[in-house]
Design a protein around this ligand. Structure first.
Ligand code: G4P
Ligand code: NA
Ligand code: NA
Length: 194
């Protein structure tokens, strides 16, 4: 078994489907963290992005943080920056921010990064646990554009292919690597894209 087959098996064994479109993977990804698996995920992203110069990793709080840190260890321990969702940074002129609409939560929220931690010309790899409609990713892309930084690629653990965010990102020519793409979850049965 390849390591990423291990990930898919883990999703099949431990994943709980809620309704037709929410996949709960709290036992290894979103609540309890399987550090060994995260380490393998880091290796898999390194393998995919090995020819790229990566200066920094960008993610969003909360679930992305631990993941991005383990991934960074496979990219020469580059710094990890996480976009914040709470307005603890209230010095408007010192932050980049973007508005994100969450389909899961049915409301908009802001994502913010201090101007100190993203610089023009930096090559940034975006890492996140889930990709659904891709609105959070659009917010991060907007912030990278404001900073004049370059999006080197996107690494996702679980893409929900049926929600279209991933196809949109690939369609715009961005180097997106999703380690598992779930194409349907009807009647609780998880089907992966080949
Ligand atoms: P979108 O950005 O792709 O449009 O997705 P959406 O707004 O619907 O997602 C909001 C949050 O929910 C995101 O977490 C996303 O990763 C997560 N999410 C979306 N679909 C699923 C799912 O099927 N299962 C699980 N476990 N999570 C899902 P976030 O913004 O990173 O917040 P946090 O949970 O890390 O704090
Ligand atoms: Na999440
Ligand atoms: Na996330």
């Amino acid at each position: 078994l390849t390591k990423m087959e291990t990930l898919k098996n883990r999703i099949l064994e431990d994943g709980v489907v809620l309704g037709n479109d929410i996949l709960k993977v709290d036992s290894f990804l979103n609540h309890q963290i399987d550090v060994e698996l995260f380490n393998e995920i880091g290796k898999a992203f390194k393998e995919h992005f090995k020819d790229k110069k990566i200066d920094k990793i960008l993610t969003i709080e909360a679930s992305g943080i631990g993941l991005a840190c383990l991934v960074a260890q496979h990219f020469n321990c580059v710094p990890v920056v996480f976009a914040k969702k709470t307005e603890s940074l209230n010095l408007d002129k010192d932050i980049y921010y973007s508005e994100v609409y969450s389909f899961t939560k049915k409301k908009s929220y802001k994502v913010m990064v201090s101007k100190k931690y993203l610089k023009a010309g930096e090559n940034v790899l975006v890492i996140d646990d889930f990709l659904a409609n891709g609105k959070a990713m659009l917010g991060l892309e907007d912030i990278l554009n404001q900073a004049g930084a370059k999006l080197a690629g996107v690494g996702i653990v679980i893409e929900k292919g049926f929600q279209g965010g991933g196809d949109d990102i690939r369609g715009r020519g961005i180097d997106l690597k999703s380690l598992a793409i779930v194409d349907s979850m009807e009647d609780g049965r998880i089907k992966f894209r080949e």
